[in-house]
Design a protein around this ligand. Structure first.
Ligand SMILES: Cc1cc2nc3c(=O)[nH]c(=O)nc-3n(C[C@H](O)[C@H](O)[C@H](O)COP(=O)(O)OP(=O)(O)OC[C@H]3O[C@@H](n4cnc5c(N)ncnc54)[C@H](O)[C@@H]3O)c2cc1C
Length: 417
């Protein structure tokens, strides 16, 4: 038997998250020697963390609705997600020997909910395909001669590759590896980058010490939140959690892009809360108009409307004292409690990152036009999406496109010579 011919090309991949690993898979199956570098002691840490609460890998809703989740970046991501969308992603997961199921909300999860079995099977397959993984290698840019520069525990390490796929993630949860430090390195090469900002994040509220100490950690549910962005009213029902600094949780995350944008233009945003979604305002007013007797106002509200705990705490925190002596005003305020959000929580605490490498700087294979042979994928690109599996789907899809783009570019270069 003749031994297999050695690979004609080598590609370095920076980052062992879903995007980088997917690029590694595509390139290794195209016969390219892949060296994948990650600054952490092991790869896929954010993927594993995502699996802690149930790995929501994608969503089963119709593709049109799915694509709309990418908001302003829908047009940019659509070709990639159409090429490798929710269906293909599920098939691919099944190919790793992991079954999936659709939850009641339409979200798709691996059968065991966790990411670890998937990552284990995937890494096994990648290593079998010849992918070399180098951990504790922090990419720090290029040398003058164009070599990649890495900081390692044994000092600086240089490496030449025929092409590079950058997939170092966004800037959230830096303790898992993606610290956004790449942005400065790439900006030095004059690549346009939209500032990295928190997405799917909590917001600061100037709670009083009394409220904070009593209610931090308490969920507020059910509640309807309304807010305006650019003259458009948004309205969502759900729940959120009071934190020591403000608010977080699914309802807040779902609204976070619009809330953040409004804060960027106005300095703050008012989130209007309906604390009693099941009551009409007239019914509330009638209930509250009953004589209170010797009861405290809090127990009167509770006995007449069922509102208690953190909800009455919020009313006390936000409303002026005189509101509680005016039944009509109190009822109206319960249906429209104005909560002032000061600013998003820091990027490090966010679930994901908005901003990143501008799509205008990239070709259709996700190569940086002004840096031939350098491709980008995953959360480092300038897009954002809510939670629901949209983040991972776009990371896998762009990883695949960057891998294919690099393979095609190498092939075209070879044909030229
Ligand atoms: C708590 C949490 C839960 C989540 N849950 C979900 C979910 O259920 N569903 C969903 O769709 N999304 C979820 N996400 C988001 C999802 O995990 C990310 O969008 C996704 O992991 C991003 O993939 P990526 O490959 O672009 O980057 P990452 O997964 O961040 O991987 C980037 C890798 O690059 C490495 N790296 C960074 N800089 C360098 C450097 N200079 N040199 C070398 N290596 C470097 C990092 O160490 C890291 O391993 C969650 C995120 C968090 C934080």
């Amino acid at each position: 038997m003749t031994p297999a011919a050695p690979p004609r090309h080598s590609v370095a991949i920076i980052g062992g998250g879903p995007a980088g690993l997917m690029a590694a898979e595509v390139l290794s199956s195209a016969g390219v020697q892949v060296d994948l570098y990650d600054r952490m002691p092991s790869v896929g840490r954010k993927l594993l963390m995502a699996g802690k609460g149930g790995l929501n890998i994608t969503h089963s809703e119709p593709l049109e609705r799915f694509l709309a989740r990418y908001g302003e970046r829908r047009d940019r991501l659509e070709p990639f997600v159409r090429g490798f969308g929710p269906e293909s992603l599920r098939d691919w997961v099944h190919g790793l020997g992991i079954e999936t199921f659709v939850g009641t909300s339409g979200r798709v999860f691996p059968q065991e909910m966790k990411a670890a079995p998937l990552l284990r099977a995937w890494l096994h397959r990648l290593r079998g395909a010849g992918v070399r993984i180098h951990v504790r290698h922090r990419w720090a840019g290029w040398t003058e001669s164009g070599a990649l520069r890495f900081d390692t525990p044994r000092g600086e390490h240089m490496m030449h590759a025929d092409a590079v796929v950058l997939a170092p993630g966004g800037g959230s949860w830096p303790q898992l590896g993606s610290d956004g430090a790449w942005a400065e390195v790439i900006a030095q090469r004059n690549v346009p980058i939209a500032t990295l900002r928190p997405a799917n994040c909590g917001f600061d509220v100037a709670w009083s010490e009394h409220f904070r100490s009593r209610f931090a950690g308490h969920p507020v549910k059910p509640v309807i939140a309304t807010f305006e962005e650019g003259g458009v009213a948004h309205r969502r029902q759900g729940e959120f959690v009071v934190t020591a600094n403000g608010v977080e949780g699914s309802l807040i995350y779902a609204a976070s892009a619009a809330l953040r944008e409004t804060i960027e233009t106005q300095g703050h945003v008012i989130l209007t809360l309906d604390l009693a979604p099941d009551y009409e305002v007239e019914r509330l007013a009638t209930a509250l108009a009953h004589p209170r007797g010797s009861r405290s106002i809090a127990s009167h509200i509770q006995s007449r409307t069922g509102l208690k705990g953190v909800k009455t705490g919020l009313m006390r925190e936000v409303l002026p004292a005189e509101t509680f002596t005016d039944v009509a005003r109190l009822a109206a305020s319960i249906k429209a409690l104005p909560l002032r959000l000061e600013r998003p929580r820091p990027l490090a605490e966010a679930i994901s990152t908005a901003g990143g490498v501008a799509f205008d700087a990239l070709d259709e294979g996700l190569m940086i036009r002004d840096l031939p042979g350098v491709f980008c994928a995953g959360e480092m690109l300038d897009w954002e999406a809510p939670t629901g599996g949209y983040l991972l789907t776009a990371c896998f899809a762009t990883g695949l496109v960057a891998g294919r783009g690099a393979a095609a570019w190498l092939g075209a270069k070879e044909a030229e010579t």
